[in-house]
Design a protein. Structure first.
Length: 202
């Protein structure tokens, strides 16, 4: 038997989707090639309009699991890349420009913080997490799980797409900040070790 909290959470998802019971199911919708970008925008708009569903316990559980998978488990790869890039960029720039050069911090801030951080974190998330999420959703469709959700009057976009898109957005923001801190601090620490420059002087 299911707990009362789970049944009430499921009922709230059903209530949000009840008004669309007469519309065709998501699994039966077919888009032409030129309409696919429009479908992506419609899905994003749907998730933004239903963002309040993250208060639902069942949707929030999926959201937290995806945050753990994307952000927490992916932090090791982001840490290694940040240490490698910062450990190479900061000592090299310090050796060329000098530790007391004011342009050093402008160049490193532009290269490490502004440009490299969002790009490399996005590559890690796309290569590691986004491909797994898309494969998982495709397998759900092949196995008929999306159809079963529709038969229970639960919109798959509310239960599957919304928490994953929200988790990817939150994880990207936090992981980018994490990369920036690790790359800058690790780079200056490597510069202090390699070039015999004190960490406080940099």
């Amino acid at each position: 038997m299911s707990a009362p909290g789970e049944s009430s959470a499921a009922n709230s998802i059903v209530e949000h989707s009840a008004g669309k019971a007469s519309t065709p199911g998501i699994t039966h919708t077919r888009f032409t090639g030129w309409a696919i970008p429009g479908g992506h925008l419609l899905l994003l708009w749907h998730c933004l309009s239903r963002i309040a569903l993250l208060r639902n316990p069942m949707v929030r559980l999926v959201f937290l699991r995806q945050v753990y998978f994307v952000g927490v488990q992916g932090s090791r790869a982001i840490f290694l890349i940040a240490i490698a890039v910062g450990g190479l960029a900061v000592p090299g720039a310090t050796l060329l420009l000098g530790a007391n050069n004011s342009f050093l911090y402008d160049i490193l801030g532009w290269a490490l913080v502004t440009e490299a951080a969002p790009l490399l974190v996005a590559l890690v998330v796309i290569g590691r997490s986004a491909s797994v999420i898309s494969t998982e959703l495709a397998l759900m469709k092949v196995r008929g799980e999306l159809r079963h959700l529709e038969q229970m009057r639960i919109d798959p976009r509310d239960y599957l797409a919304l928490p994953r898109i929200a988790a990817l957005t939150v994880s990207l923001l936090v992981a980018t900040f994490y990369y920036q801190v690790i790359s800058v601090s690790g780079g200056f620490a490597a510069s202090a070790l390699v070039l015999n420059v004190s960490f406080a002087e940099q």
